[in-house]
Design a protein around this ligand. Structure first.
Ligand SMILES: *Cc1c(COP(=O)(O)O)cnc(C)c1O
Length: 385
């Protein structure tokens, strides 16, 4: 049985890499008769924690639910503020509002699209309970620099690492030495479980509390009770959620994790080729990796410069007409109707410019050199009309 989906003609913006190994792992779960959170979730947590050099990992149903639990676990409550980038997927700010707290938007660096020590410092107040930094599109944010600004105020730097599996920071995996990071396994990310998420952290006590909160606040899991030779009566110590991952998802995740190094290497190779093809074309400014880390290039975006004579949307239309799956770059949360009632504390000129003028290019594991040349040819022709 092969699960590889054949591509026809067009170039998608990205595509998950799944093979017969994932299919066999799912069949094993079905044969086992235990489908919900069980031994495979435990193994996936342990393997993921080892991969990102974290002490503990807690699997969840998505990165959004992981972020919700992480902020809750760090005591975020109504009246608090959490500093976040606006230049991110909307879930980054939504989770702050789930807790009745206020997202305070910080601007980003134009090179990598991430918040910086300066932009975060400008958004901190006495009510800041946490900073939620995003490794946007897999680009590593400078967590140590953020920590230097935040630690005098006792404000933890948490990480939205939704896109960042396989990215590195200071020579270590993103997620090592972290107060808490949340990960996504949505099919748009580099490795996938269909839907799914993970929290990694170095605080074992907090990890235990998050594990309980993920399963209705239950003191012991159904799996642990099932495995026990004695009768175990669970208790419910606080109001929790059902944010569990299934063993079906975890079985896929365990296989995907073995693919991660090759998937990242391949994405970096494709981006390297784009950078060569785009060199000498001043109408494009590609996003740039920082000196202190490496991106997995979950997202590769270019900004249209003043040298371009067409609008961003004209270029996107030309790409769509050529059956090339390009997207606008990263959204700006504060410009969405759901955020009309959240006032800006500081202006966000870089965020607004990048969201208006950037384009995400396709990075697909099996794309050919010829396909990359076609993308850049269409891009170049459309930008000079
Ligand atoms: C994808 C993404 C999320 C949401 O992840 P889900 O697993 O779909 O909930 C959150 N933050 C960022 C930055 C993302 O890119």
């Amino acid at each position: 049985m092969s699960t590889a989906i054949q591509r026809t003609g067009g170039i998608p913006v990205t595509r998950p890499v799944l093979g017969p190994e994932e299919a066999a792992a799912v069949v094993d779960v079905l044969d086992s008769g235990w489908l919900s959170q069980g031994s495979r979730v435990v193994r996936f947590e342990q393997s993921f924690a080892a991969r990102v050099h974290a002490a503990s990992a807690v699997a969840t149903s998505s990165c959004t639910t992981a972020l919700h639990l992480l902020l809750l676990g760090h005591g975020v409550q109504p009246g608090d503020e959490v500093v976040v980038p606006s230049f991110s997927f909307i879930a980054t700010a939504n989770v702050v509002r789930y807790l009745g707290a206020t997202p305070v938007f910080a601007d980003v660096d134009e090179r990598d699209g991430n918040v910086t020590a300066e932009t975060v410092a400008a958004a901190l107040t006495a009510r800041s309970r946490a900073v939620l930094a995003v490794h946007q599109g897999g680009m590593p944010a400078d967590i140590a620099a953020l920590r230097q600004v935040c630690s005098p105020y006792g404000v933890p730097v948490l990480e939205d690492a939704a896109c960042a599996a396989g990215s590195t920071l200071y020579g270590q995996p993103v997620g090592s030495d972290s107060a808490g990071a949340a990960w996504s396994f949505h099919p748009r990310k580099v490795i996938t479980t269909g839907e799914g998420g993970m929290i990694t952290l170095d605080d074992a006590l907090l990890a235990d509390r998050l594990r309980a909160l993920r399963q209705h606040g239950m003191s012991t899991s159904a799996f642990d009770r099932h495995g026990s030779k004695r009768f175990v009566l669970e208790s419910y110590d606080e109001v929790g959620f059902n944010y569990r991952m299934t063993d079906i998802q975890a079985a896929i995740g365990l296989v995907q994790l073995t693919r991660l190094p090759a998937l990242v290497a391949r994405r970096r190779e494709i981006v390297g080729r784009y950078l060569e093809l785009l060199a000498g074309q001043p109408q494009f400014r590609p996003c740039r990796e920082p000196t202190y880390g490496q991106s997995n290039f979950q997202t590769f975006w270019v900004e249209l410069t003043d040298e371009a004579s067409s609008s961003r949307d004209e270029v996107l239309n030309a790409l769509a007409a050529a059956d090339i799956g390009a997207r606008r770059g990263i959204m700006a949360i504060h410009l969405e109707p759901a955020y009309a009632d959240v006032p800006l504390r500081v202006p966000l000129p870089v965020t607004e410019r990048l969201t208006r003028r950037s384009i995400t290019l396709p990075v697909v594991d099996d794309m050919t050199v010829g396909e990359q040349e076609r993308v850049v040819d269409v891009l170049a022709a459309a930008s000079r009309r």
